[in-house]
Design a protein around this ligand. Structure first.
Ligand code: BGP
Length: 477
């Protein structure tokens, strides 16, 4: 049998993409509450004027305000997860529910209570929560006052937020992640770190500074977790961008290597405890001087994560040839060159199950720590048939092939993998487009891209399929 007996099968969502109730029970406004949906979402996130206008005026439809109303419907949803046999459920905590402005004197009791109830509901069904402290959202006040993670002022605020959560949930949460896809802050500083960049020439410096500050906060969270909840495990989380040299030309190979290294330097700090030499040189060559405290390096060295988690959806190719670099694929925000050997999803994300096995091996070789796949799945348009049934065989095929790749990595390569949470186990708002129609779930939610629909939940064909996968511990695919 390939999968260990205690393998954690489950699914994942994030607070802002599911909860809604954006200003209920004392919650403050979050960064994600001021982003519109639609194809222009990424451009809006990168446009300082648009973001400022949204913060000031707040006009138009903001999909996260109601999302799928998980805040009021979590009992029904968790019961459905339990019906599939979930062992683990990954979600995040909304910082603005706990500290509405980020720097409030006291936490918001109603916000804490919501997560008490949520975790109690998980416990009732024997489901282990896996909780991200910060998944692409933070109190908007922290952007307004400090320009988000660009400032070190956020470090003690985050430390207190994290400690508050560990104290409160030390008996109900055994698995924590610090920042979701920390490397994405380099590409999307507002989404990942609440940072607005007015001068594009400042992007590298500010985003790398923001990441440094987040690394310090992440190490402090690891320290606090080990002290307050010593039995719990806390991990890092990176968007694993599997890439291949487009050709065997040494220049292409070298280019791919460099892109890959810059993708993992933040995880290197979290998992190995120090900035790698190549990253220091990169900063030096770019003329970027990161502001650091004398204590930062010691803190990194002493507070490494217990495991490394990652998201994996697709792979891309890398080339130095301008004739080839024209053919882009979208991928998980950073994109790359289209690989002619692979098929793409409707959103242009290239489907590559073997890339998952390659990634698992690569990360295990690099960090020699247990791994956790905390996001994987296929975003697709699901069209209910006349009888209401959604026969999402394309999703089943995608997941089956990826699970086979995991199996091979465990059985044949000896990778230590703790668990697998498919992304968007119930349909939620897409992070990159704000659409509802980009669906990942086993559970269909009746809601469209403009916010119409009854929010009723129904089981797709993949629901019964995943239930059987879990019941047989990955034997029946
Ligand atoms: C990851 C994020 C998630 C998520 C997922 C799928 O990058 O951590 O929040 O949404 O990608 O992306 P999308 O929703 O854009 O399809």
């Amino acid at each position: 049998m390939a999968f260990p007996k205690k393998f954690l099968w489950g699914g994942a969502i994030a607070a802002h993409q599911a909860e809604g109730a954006y200003c209920e029970d004392g919650k403050g406004l979050s960064t994600c509450d001021v982003i519109h949906g639609g194809k222009g979402r990424i451009a809006e996130i990168l446009d300082p004027k648009a973001i400022r206008a949204n913060i000031e005026k707040g006009e138009g439809y903001f999909p996260e305000h109601i999302a799928i109303d998980f805040y009021h419907r979590y009992k029904e949803d968790i019961a459905l997860f339990a019906e599939m046999g979930f062992k683990v459920f990954r979600t995040s905590i909304s910082w603005a529910r706990i500290f509405p402005n980020g720097d409030d004197a006291q936490p918001n009791e109603a916000g804490l209570k919501f997560y008490d109830n949520l975790f109690a509901e998980c416990a009732k069904h024997g489901i282990e929560p896996l909780v991200t402290l910060s998944h692409w959202e933070m109190p908007i006040t922290l952007t307004a006052k400090y320009n988000g993670w660009a400032s070190r002022a956020l470090i003690p605020l985050f430390e207190r937020y994290a400690a508050t959560l560990f104290e409160r949930y030390k008996n109900s949460v055994n698995y924590w992640l610090t920042f979701n896809e920390i490397n994405m802050t380099l590409h999307m500083p507002f989404l990942g770190g609440g940072v607005i960049i007015d001068n594009p020439a400042d992007k590298d410096r500010l985003s790398m500074q923001a990441c440094h500050n987040m690394l310090v906060a992440s190490a402090l969270a690891v320290k606090a977790c080990h002290k307050i909840a010593p039995a719990a495990k806390i991990g890092s989380m990176v968007a694993a961008a599997c890439s291949y040299p487009y050709t065997c030309k040494p220049e292409d190979v070298w280019e791919q290597k460099n892109i890959e290294r810059m993708n993992y330097y933040l995880t290197d700090v979290q998992a190995r405890g120090a900035y790698p030499e190549y990253a220091k040189k990169h900063l030096e060559h770019k003329g970027i001087k990161i502001e650091m405290d004398a204590q930062d390096e010691k803190l990194f060295a002493e507070n490494c994560v217990d495991f490394v988690s990652f998201s994996y959806y697709s792979s891309c190719a890398v080339s130095t040839d301008p004739a080839i670099t024209g053919v882009k694929t979208s991928g998980n925000i950073f994109g790359g060159i289209q690989n002619p050997h692979l098929k793409s999803s409707e959103w242009g994300w290239q489907i590559d199950p073997l890339g998952l096995r390659i990634t698992l091996n690569y990360l295990y070789d690099r960090y020699q720590k247990p791994l956790f796949i905390v996001e994987n799945g296929l975003g697709a348009k699901d069209i209910p048939a006349a009888d209401g049934i959604i026969a999402d065989d394309y999703r089943i095929d995608y997941l089956r092939e990826h699970i086979k790749a995991m199996k091979a990595a465990i059985e044949e390569d000896g990778v230590e993998l703790w668990g697998y949470t498919t992304w968007g186990c119930i349909d939620i708002i897409s992070a990159s487009t704000g659409e509802m129609s980009k669906r990942y779930g086993f559970i269909y939610v009746d809601r469209d891209d403009s916010g119409n629909g009854s929010l009723t939940r129904s089981r797709k064909k993949s629901f019964a399929w995943y239930r059987d996968v879990i019941a047989t511990n990955g034997e029946q695919l």
